[in-house]
Write a protein that binds this ligand. Sequence first.
Ligand SMILES: *Cc1c(COP(=O)(O)O)cnc(C)c1O
Length: 380
Amino acid sequence: MKKYQLMAPGPTPVPPNVLLAMAQPIIHHRAAEYDALFREVREGLKRLVQTRQDVLVPACTGTGAMEAAAANTLSAGDRVIVVNAGAFAQRWLAISKAYGLTVIELSAPHGETVAPERIAQALRENPDVKAVLVQHSESSTGVLHDVRAYAQVTRGTGAILVVDAVSSLGIADLPMDAWEIDVVVSASQKGLMLPPGLGLLALSDKAWAAAARSTLPKYYLDLTEERKYSARNEARFTPAVSIMVGLREVLRMIEAEGLQNVVRRHDRLSRATRAGAEALGLRLFPKTTASPALTAVEVPAGVDADRVVERFAASHNITIDGGRGPTKGKIFRIGHMGYVDDFDVTTALAALEQVLRELGQPVDFGASLGAAQKVFAERG
Ligand SMILES: *Cc1c(COP(=O)(O)O)cnc(C)c1O
């Protein structure tokens, strides 16, 4: 028997108290009980997203919320900038194509980021651009883009900044209002420690003004309609009731820990994982700021990263993930977001040492654990 460990960069483990809450009989979304739940969740989400705007919670995955962000703020033929340095950015490209948007692509190699000055220059050259579409944490490469600096570029222009925060909300600091981000998009199954199935969206006043002008077709994910219902504390359609019950639990947990402590914990887990991998002589994939949500690691020459992922599963019953597209076979990715603590990281590192040895690599057993333990001992 091997205990199962989910350490992929999403979906992530759901805490037992949240699982238990979600196992309760389904309540009706027009009943008083749901009324109180929805009110508490709406208030908690504002604090989580650090916004005074209502956070909308359609039943869909992160991609559905991304699509809703584009369909609700733009019109056919609009020009948008896509910051492309990974697989999730390609989702912005695909959505833009599906809706007939004209894309200006600012790309960087996977593992790198796009300097804010490039966005500033593109906006100067193309003053008609209506939106800048970016990831905060690009989960395919393990890079954290500097959306705070991007927002300093878009504010005061006609363009809104739309941030895919699916693998950063509840993980990295993202004060929407203070940083003047226009749309925050997220989902339930990463930092929020919930099953997949719930999208999250918050729009700034500037984004709502864009929504009023938007002519792209939408019905199920019409956020202007959704907002009207939400303002009355009502659900427009049948909500993902069980996930909402879990979300109330999660918001209470995050509040009890303190949002800034949650951010600090993820930073510590990330630094420990990176220190552990480096202590084994492995190279980290990001050439710039690493995302606190996951660690992307290059494999030594002669090793196929997909074999590392396979071995984690076959020998140790741990799910991690490999690379996508250009990084397939070259990197593996360990998630440490949500319901994760110090010793989940040491478990993953101990397994990594075993797997490298299984694949015939020289391993100084304990080296990665020692490096991680030193990070944990720093405290604070
Ligand atoms: C997980 C993830 C998504 C969401 O994908 P879905 O499968 O549609 O929920 C989007 N963007 C990023 C950066 C992600 O990590």
